[in-house]
Design a protein around this ligand. Structure first.
Ligand code: FAD
Length: 440
């Protein structure tokens, strides 16, 4: 029987998990706690990414000082090594190839493009230079080629992070962690150089609600307490009554109480966790010079050279596909994209920017089950192109296509450079450099 040919758009966790479920390993798939065979079909999967590299936010989101969380990449490596897997990197859907073409060429298409935009605050001054989405600094320190030259100005003594979820914790930590610690990670070299010269002494993290409503998780909050050379302060937000809190919120409160009562050591750097404080206006004319905020004691101006919005990533539309502008997701039923038969969705662009890496595994499995059910029901229109025809068409349009061997060459180069430097890898962070290793 002719293999089922599927395009997966996006080589982040959700796309690679989808590829993994489609190219199911010999053991099958865990379902309700048991190993189950999802299907016995022959499947070929072509994974596309607009970048020459794989792993999405595992490479460009997860903090460099959390190498354990990047271990999941070994699972993605195993998936990519399975027969039937191909990679088309440096191929952007919407630029190099259109959604309508993929629908025509393949039996089915899975969109796993993640959340490529950012939520905004809607306050005056948000567009001033020096006021950026947390995505910019995260992508910058993680070596995303689009953010290599992001205007991250670390010349001011205070940076303010608006929002207090885990991304805010990552950013506050990265801005204050001793440089020798960062130098042992896979942080981008340009970020390491800039952080070495950084004059930021204080990072203020703002949360609108009270302490027990901090959006951070307990491990991320507790990690701050172990940063050498960093004092912690907690301002506002002690609840009147904390007796009825769930265990997780109670633990947050205990940690915050500990931070609030720690004596200052006069350390060179400080993180201030402020609660019940809302941003009103980003101040400045040519560039950011501060933030006007409202807290329980009234309005106040925080002088700052850098203001970062860590209030959420947000999906952006893919040309040719429907889009829910309020939620920033592609509308679907059980992973089937509304009104686009044969097209499916998974990951952050399906659920919104929530959930850890592992959440995408079940999400992708649910989507793949819908796709396979449609294939079994004969509901998919057969694609027009063989694997060779697709590759020929793509290489004509994008001669700098990076295939699986090309990505492995980039990966090998980075790891070898890392080995020599006592780091997990030294990332190649510019597109030209990546293509020099990856185009063959
Ligand atoms: C700052 C940050 C830190 C995080 N830290 C952790 C952590 O420590 N632990 C944890 O479990 N989770 C963490 N997460 C969450 C985790 O990264 C996400 O759950 C996961 O990456 C979402 O996977 P995804 O595949 O939906 O999207 P993504 O990872 O964003 O992957 C989408 C991929 O699609 C590609 N793409 C986009 N548009 C196109 C296009 N038009 N054509 C071709 N390709 C395209 C992108 O280049 C990207 O490679 C973090 C998230 C962030 C933002």
């Amino acid at each position: 029987m002719k293999p089922l040919r599927v395009a997966v758009v996006g080589a982040g966790p959700s796309g690679l998990y989808a590829a993994g479920h489609l190219l199911e390993g010999p053991g099958g798939t865990y379902l309700d706690g048991r190993l189950t065979t999802l299907h016995t079909r022959a499947v070929e999967v072509d994974v596309f990414d607009r970048l020459p590299t794989q792993w999405g936010l595992v490479r460009h989101g997860v903090a460099p000082d959390h190498p354990d969380k990047k271990q999941v990449a070994t699972v993605f490596e195993q998936i990519a090594a399975r027969p039937g897997f191909r990679f088309f990197g440096n191929v952007e859907v919407g630029r190099d190839v259109q959604t309508e073409e993929l629908s025509e060429w393949y039996d089915a298409v899975v969109y796993a493009v993640g959340a490529t935009g950012d939520a905004t605050l809607g306050i005056p001054g948000e567009d001033l230079p020096g006021c950026l989405a947390a995505r910019a600094i995260v992508a910058w320190y993680n070596g995303h080629p689009d953010y290599r030259t992001a205007p991250i100005d670390l010349s001011g003594e205070r940076a303010v992070v608006i929002g207090n979820g885990n991304v805010a914790m990552d950013v506050a930590r990265l801005l204050t962690t001793p440089i020798d610690t960062l130098a042992r990670t896979d942080i981008a070299d340009h970020a390491l150089d800039a952080l070495r010269a950084s004059r930021v002494r204080e990072v203020v993290v703002l949360g609108r609600r009270g302490r027990q409503h901090g959006a951070f998780n307990n491990p991320e909050l507790e990690e701050l307490g172990h940063l050498p050379g960093v004092d912690l302060a907690v301002v506002h937000g002690e609840p009147a009554d904390s007796a009825d809190l769930d265990p997780s919120s109670a633990r947050k409160l205990r940690t915050l109480h500990d931070y609030a009562t720690r004596p200052s050591t006069g350390a060179a750097r400080r993180i201030v966790l402020r609660f019940q404080t809302s941003p009103l206006e980003v101040l400045g004319t040519e560039a950011v010079r501060g933030l006007r905020v409202r807290g329980p004691d009234g309005d106040e101006v925080l002088d700052a050279g850098l203001v970062l919005r860590a209030i959420g990533y947000f999906g952006t539309p893919t040309p040719g596909l429907p889009f829910d502008h309020d939620r920033g997701v592609i509308p679907h039923t059980d992973g089937r994209i509304t009104d686009v038969p044969g097209s499916y969705v998974t990951g952050w662009i399906k659920r919104g920017p929530r959930g850890i890496i592992g959440t995408n595994k079940k999400c992708a499995r649910d989507t793949v089950r819908s796709l396979l059910a449609d294939a079994d029901a004969g509901a998919l229109r057969a694609g027009t192109h063989t694997g060779e025809e697709v590759e020929r068409a793509l290489r004509e349009r994008q001669p700098a296509l990076v295939d699986q061997a090309g990505w492995l060459a980039i990966d090998h180069h980075e790891r070898a450079a890392g080995l020599a430097a006592g780091r997990p890898r030294v990332k190649v962070t510019d597109l030209a450099g990546q293509l020099a290793h990856g185009v063959r």
